[in-house]
Design a protein. Structure first.
Length: 167
């Protein structure tokens, strides 16, 4: 089976599983559950189960998308099973109580949206500041209605939504 046959799972991996740390996987799955519709959650879970049941598991391609290196098909399937368990546990425990995240103008922000900075912001611990008008693509909702996570110049930042405008 080709990984391109599971577009929702592929999108989940590229959006939420951004680093290779096992400790962050559970938190990533919780963020996904908190910030996506139950239909999309069900679709990702279904596609993960289909991929696990596939006789030809695309280990190398899967490892690339999941930011992992797997030594064997069994290792990759074991990791995907763990992720699937996190997703199923989170999907059953969440009952649609996800926080709605809004920008400075009240527009609803969703996972992967692009935003613009509306005020010059000093970056703590960074050498440069974020200038007004800076476009930030592919934001990540973290379950907090007042903050989002994003990547700017290779650094991961948490920004307050009151300084952002949906692009």
């Amino acid at each position: 089976m080709k990984l391109s046959q599971t577009p929702e799972l592929l999108s989940f991996l590229s959006t939420y599983i951004i680093d290779g740390e096992l400790d962050a996987d559970e938190q990533s799955c919780k963020a996904f559950i908190a910030n996506t519709s139950s239909d999309r959650q069900d679709s990702v879970i279904k596609q993960a189960k289909t991929l696990l049941a596939s006789p030809s598991f695309p280990t190398e391609e899967f490892g690339t998308e999941a930011n992992r290196w797997f030594g064997s098909d069994e290792e990759a399937k074991e990791w995907l099973s763990t992720i699937l368990n996190y997703l199923e546990a989170g999907a059953t425990s969440s009952s649609g109580n996800a926080e709605i995240v809004k920008d400075s103008n009240g527009a609803i922000l969703q996972e992967g949206d692009s935003v613009t900075v509306i005020k010059d912001l000093k970056v703590k611990g960074g050498s440069s500041d974020l200038k007004r008008g800076t476009m930030i693509k592919k934001i990540h909702l973290i379950g907090d209605p007042e903050n989002i996570e994003c990547r700017v110049d290779g650094s991961t930042l948490v920004l307050k939504t009151c300084f952002l405008k949906k692009a």
